[in-house]
Design a protein around this ligand. Structure first.
Ligand code: HEM
Length: 511
């Protein structure tokens, strides 16, 4: 019947595939961006592909992003798309295991802790952790102290994943977590992380050992945070006999402890614990991938590396020299090249290449985005998933000049000028090509942090963390890629886009 009946002309075009259930899983899984660009050439900005039995409708371009990220939560739902993946990892009653309105309140609670006063404190902590790491970690210590300044090398992904968790735990997660980053914590973290893979998204429950390990680790991690909360309470009441040297004021648990839902209810210990796990997972791979990519590009580009070093010296004085001043939160806005290298890296390598929603009510596609004919409109049926792609947006040749080129100067006023070729119909306003001029709206072509109601709340923290780490590395190390190697290609087989191996960076201590 399906073969004989014509397809409903109001359905978006479907990508041709040979294998019925598998659909385009291989092309999408291997290189989603290439797949999307090819489909766009053939079918336009809106098309449906089959991914292991699910129908996924992709909407590209500013209007496509707007339809998905600006959609109403009763029409396009994040929780329906993600809960089977995230709830076993984060735990119950938070994020996508609660009504959307509760998530919005939980995001506000966390934002309360992500404030300027805390960021001021975090800067020094992150700089200290980074210096400690690059001067004492086993991958760095010998080269760092080599009297002849011989070159050594480190693995960008592995080392900066370690440094990300050290700095996030020292700041957001709190000193008890930082002091307990031992083998047990690492094992639990790895088991939880093992449940955060594309296979878990596609097959929510399988009788595999990794699923059992994930569930056990979730329970252990939840207890771990709830213990910290209870010990803090006892200490506050003077009823604790432990001598833990804790500094709790500026972390997110302290912020959550003061919050109440609109109905007057405080967060339960379990909710607080699960929010902390969610933050750990949300910030870890995204920030560590971004620092690895940024350093790989900097190592590959001597001129930018020199520019960054000179920016540091100009602003703070010679590292270790007379009059040298440490970097503070307020300095971040006066370091345009440091800001631009992070911004540009996130344009080309947004860690999340596909943002999903589940369609809960038939969704008409605006005619200005795509339509079967002048009079008709496409309708995305209830039950489909919709997908917006920050990677396609950031590399769109209709918007960016030389989109595949990593050129941080496109963001700097008076820089290369190879910024975004904005057209008025896209932004709705006049936009110059310079630094910080891109809107944050759902139609923006720059969406590494998403847009709309589910937009990331960790952006400012990510800039604090990445800015302090990169500045500290630049002040202390010279870097280069091994001879004959460029920046590695992207690996899309992980949940977050990582550099493919090998991804070593050669380094020596600055003279
Ligand atoms: C949401 C990216 C760091 C917490 C998001 C989304 C993106 C994103 C694309 C939107 C997801 C969607 O719409 O489905 C990033 C990147 C980061 C980063 C690129 C670093 C470079 C962080 C950090 C935290 C965090 C450090 C925590 C401190 C969150 C939360 C949400 C979110 C709570 C909201 C989820 C929702 O409302 O559904 N992030 N993130 N992120 N992120 Fe981040």
């Amino acid at each position: 019947r399906q073969l004989i009946l014509p397809r409903d002309p109001n359905l978006p075009p479907e990508v041709f595939h040979v294998l019925p259930i598998i659909g385009s899983a291989i092309q999408y899984g291997d290189d989603p961006i290439n797949f999307f660009f090819k489909c766009r050439e053939k079918y336009g900005d809106v098309f449906t592909f089959v991914l292991l039995g699910r129908k996924i409708t992709v909407a590209l371009g500013p209007k496509g992003s707007d339809m998905i990220l600006g959609g109403k939560p009763n029409v396009v739902s994040a929780e329906e798309a993600y809960t089977h993946l995230t709830t076993p990892v984060f735990g119950k009653k938070v994020v996508y295991d609660c009504p959307n309105d509760s998530l919005m309140q939980q995001k506000k609670f966390v934002k309360f802790g992500l404030n300027t006063e805390n960021f001021r404190v975090y800067m020094g902590m992150i700089e200290e952790e980074t210096y400690q790491f690059i001067s004492t970690d086993s991958a760095f210590v010998d080269t760092f102290n080599a009297p002849d300044r011989a070159w050594g090398s480190f693995n960008a992904v592995k080392s900066f994943a370690e440094l990300t968790i050290l700095t996030a735990s020292r700041t957001l997660q709190g000193s008890e977590v930082r002091s307990k980053l031992d083998k047990t914590f690492a094992q639990r973290y790895n088991d939880l992380d093992g449940g955060f893979k594309p296979i878990n998204f596609l097959f929510p429950s399988l009788p595999l050992p990794s699923y059992r390990r994930r569930d056990k680790a979730q329970q252990a991690m939840s207890r771990f945070y709830q213990d910290i909360i209870q010990r803090r309470r006892q200490r506050a009441l003077g009823a604790s006999d432990d001598n833990e040297d804790v500094e709790v004021e500026h972390d997110i648990l302290a912020a959550l402890d003061q919050q109440k839902y609109r109905d007057g209810r405080s967060l339960s210990d379990e909710e607080m614990a699960h929010i902390m796990i969610a933050l750990l997972m949300a910030g870890q791979h995204t920030s560590s991938a971004t620092s690895a990519w940024t350093l790989l590009h900097i190592a590959d580009n001597v001129a930018v590396q020199q520019g960054l070093y000179e920016e540091q010296v100009k602003h703070f004085g010679l590292p270790g020299g007379k009059g040298f001043k440490p970097m503070e939160y307020e300095d971040l806005k006066d370091l345009p090249l440091l800001d631009a290298v992070i911004r540009e890296t996130l344009r080309i390598h947004p860690p999340i290449h596909s943002i999903f929603r589940k369609v809960l009510q038939d969704l008409p596609v605006p005619q200005s985005l795509a339509a079967p004919s002048e009079s008709g409109a496409f309708v995305i049926p209830k039950g489909h998933f919709v997908l917006a792609s920050p990677s396609v947006a950031g590399m769109d040749p209709n918007i960016w000049q030389n989109p595949t080129e990593w050129d941080p100067y496109r963001w700097v006023s008076g820089g290369s000028g190879a910024g975004a070729a904005f057209k008025d119909e896209i932004s709705g306003e006049k936009v110059d090509y310079g630094f910080g001029m891109i809107s944050k709206g759902t139609e923006s072509p720059y969406q590494p942090f998403g847009a709309g109601r589910h937009r990331c709340i960790g952006e400012s923290f990510a800039y604090v963390q990445l800015g302090s780490i990169i500045a500290t590395v630049i002040r202390n190390l010279e870097m280069r890629l091994p001879a004959g190697r460029g920046v590695p290609p992207q690996n899309y087989h992980t949940m977050i886009v990582m550099p493919k191996s090998p991804c070593d960076i050669e380094f020596r201590r600055r003279a």
